[in-house]
Ligand binder design. Sequence first.
Ligand code: HEC
Length: 190
Amino acid sequence: MKTLLRAALICTLPFSASLSANDHLEQRVKDSREAVQSVARALKGNLQSVLQEKGPAAAVEACSSIAPLIALTKSKSYGWKISRTSLKLRDPDNAPDDWERAVLEQFEARKAKGEDVNKLEYYEVVEMDGNKVFRYMKAIPTREKPCLTCHGSNLRPDVAAALDKHYPNDKARGFEAGDIRGAFTIIQPL
Ligand code: HEC
């Protein structure tokens, strides 16, 4: 009886061990989704109020300083690195690294095959500088309003001027509704 029990234990152990590793990953994915929602809400709230109160040209000024600050504050409160990136950049500080570029390209390929842009996400445990980290990305769809006011083709002259002033190498124009504007990207130390 004892041997049987031991055999049963030995047989189930590796299975339960791998289950708990998966549960662990599931939790990280859930937490990442929540963090993305929280950053997106903060960005949206800020953008909406400045757009309404001061108009789009002033909102460019506000966005240029506040968006990176929101990412930084959220990164600190989660203890992770949380930021936004894109294949067509406005702010060079948001440039993707090799892993992020590959994921952004993967998102474009999945979109081309018909996947819903609102649901595109990818995660993986990878090694960075000799340490294992959990990396997560979620695509950011371009909406007509308000995104195209500052990322579309026919920008108001005052908006274009404000963008030219802050971002002389701006590549984040000419988007259309439904395009992938970029992605949220998270690094969690393990
Ligand atoms: C008032 C103008 C304005 C509007 C409206 C706007 N953006 Fe931006 N966007 C900016 C500015 C300025 C930056 C650079 C901020 C920074 O340094 O992160 C930026 C940066 C970004 C980035 C980071 C990648 C990069 O290119 O640097 C993403 C992603 C992005 N915007 C998506 C959106 C989406 C999606 C919408 C609509 C919900 C939107 N933006 C609406 C002005 C705007």
